[in-house]
Write a protein that binds this ligand. Structure first.
Ligand code: BES
Ligand code: MN
Ligand code: ZN
Length: 449
């Protein structure tokens, strides 16, 4: 993997961040030759702009004056390749932005150039930055890889490789064994695909530590099932394992950083496909929790695979259950593509994670588990419907469905986009580990040494 960071290089080009506020003053302090270069390059310290100062060989980069991933995140692929260093202090978040801005998805064609590298300031947490970049890169690569090369088997392999690297236990329940073990919902959703459904169950950490369960929606492709999606609706559905990618990235980060917790990672991995044995609207499923579910819509498959995994997680009464899922289009209508919708049965936890998200530039926004909408999931013939017949409050009714399966455990659910729909500094178009760093910061604050 490309390493964005170096420890030292005497020839590194210094970069200065220049805000609009002090711009005129800053210009007046430059040599005459550099002032000429600034004017010639039209540099006005706008974020995203940079300029070459030939005098002593420096770069000035425009900056909005705030610490964020964007401060340095646009530079690695905007500056010409080579080695740079900061001319003044920047913080960890800004350094991370550089690393995240180096990402290129190179599996199917060679990128046209390599990113510029940054010499880290003395004392910078190099390993921690590398672990954060590594976790985000893993999630992005998994999401960007099309379903043809990211089947349930392949997603499960990726999880088991991460587990191996950190000496974690990994158990995988596959195909009809899911039925024997009571995971009727995971089986029903995945059974029509050529590659059988499975549940990945990873455990890590010494006994006696607080248990944290992390769950991710691993729908490797979502055709909608018999309630088939439109062509436009299906086009982006290779990313429907984005929750699993964020969960696996978080697990890797927790293990690499040796957070003193006990971790359980659960990834139900399926393809929501269409065949003669596909599950149908109206079918009634036996779930692991013993709750019967009437299928209103086969396109509401994510909550079905999650409900079995969440109920398994809840059996052990963890300190916290966190799930990530590309669960509803309604969440995107509510908060758009750049904010993660957050639901929790514990308002203090939700408030703390919202703060963590702000601190690490990974925005999450609290949404209501409004009990008044529970009747929308009422089934005449089973304990519950999998989806409401109205699109209103679609993200909320999906979360209310999941809530039935976590019992009384403290639980946070993220309905995420998992994809950058446009290029932004440190956030290249394509797969993204949304809400992952917000949760990691929260876990560090709560359980860290
Ligand atoms: N994976 C989709 C949700 C999705 C769609 C996320 C587009 C991001 C962008 C999910 O499985 C789904 O199809 N949800 C349905 C639920 C409905 C049938 C109740 C939806 O949101 O339309
Ligand atoms: Mn769907
Ligand atoms: Zn889906």
């Amino acid at each position: 993997m490309f390493d964005p960071y170096l420890s030292g290089d005497p020839d590194a080009t210094p970069i200065e961040l220049v805000g609009k506020a002090g711009f005129e003053q800053w210009v007046s302090r430059q040599s005459e030759g550099d002032r000429h270069a600034i004017a010639q390059q039209g540099f006005a310290a706008q974020p995203g702009q940079h300029c070459w100062l030939p005098g002593e060989g420096r770069v000035a980069a425009g900056w909005d004056g705030k610490s964020s991933l964007a401060s340095l995140g646009g530079l690695p692929l905007a500056l010409s390749g080579g080695v740079y260093r900061m001319a003044h202090d920047v913080d960890e978040l800004q350094l991370l932005g550089w690393g995240l801005g180096c990402y290129q998805f190179a599996r199917y064609k060679d990128p046209s150039r390599s990113p510029a590298r940054l010499v880290l300031p003395v004392g910078a947490p190099r390993e921690r930055l590398a672990n954060l970049v590594g976790a985000v890169t893993l999630a992005r690569d998994l999401i960007n890889t099309p379903a043809g090369d990211m089947s349930p088997t392949q997603l499960a392999d990726e999880a088991s490789q991460v587990a191996d690297t950190h000496d974690a236990e990994c158990r995988i329940v596959t195909g009809d064994d899911l039925l024997t073990e009571g995971f009727g919902a995971i089986h029903a959703v995945g059974r029509a695909a050529a590659d059988p459904p499975r549940l990945v169950d990873v455990r890590w950490g010494e006994p006696g530590r607080p248990l944290v369960a992390v769950v991710g929606k691993g729908v490797c492709f979502d055709s909608g099932g018999l309630d088939i999606k439109t062509a436009a609706g299906m086009r982006t559905m290779k990313k429907d394992m984005g929750g699993a990618a964020a969960a696996l990235g978080l697990a890797q980060l927790i293990m690499a950083q040796e957070l003193p917790v006990r971790l359980r990672l659960l990834i139900p991995a399926v393809e929501n496909a269409i065949a003669g044995n596909a599950y149908r609207p109206g079918d009634i499923l036996d779930t692991h929790a013993g709750i019967t579910v009437e299928v209103d819509n086969t396109d509401a498959e994510g909550r079905l695979i999650l409900c079995d995994a969440l109920s398994l997680a809840a059996e052990e009464q963890p300190e916290l259950i966190v799930d990530f899922a590309t669960l509803t289009g309604a969440a995107r209508v509510a908060v758009g593509t750049e904010v993660s919708a957050m639901f929790s049965n514990d308002q203090a936890v939700a408030a703390d994670i919202a703060d963590s998200g702000r601190a690490v530039d990974d925005p999450v926004w609290p949404m209501p588990l409004h009990d008044g909408y529970s009747h929308l999931l009422h089934s005449k013939v089973a304990d519950t419907l999998n989806s409401a017949s109205t699109p209103h409050a679609g993200a909320i009714t999906a979360a209310l469905f999941l809530q039935k399966f976590v019992r009384t455990c403290p639980w946070v659910h993220f309905d995420i986009m998992a994809y950058n729909v446009r290029n932004r500094p440190a956030r290249p178009e394509g797969g993204e580990a949304m809400a992952m760093r917000a949760v990691f910061r929260y876990l560090e604050d709560r359980f860290g040494r």
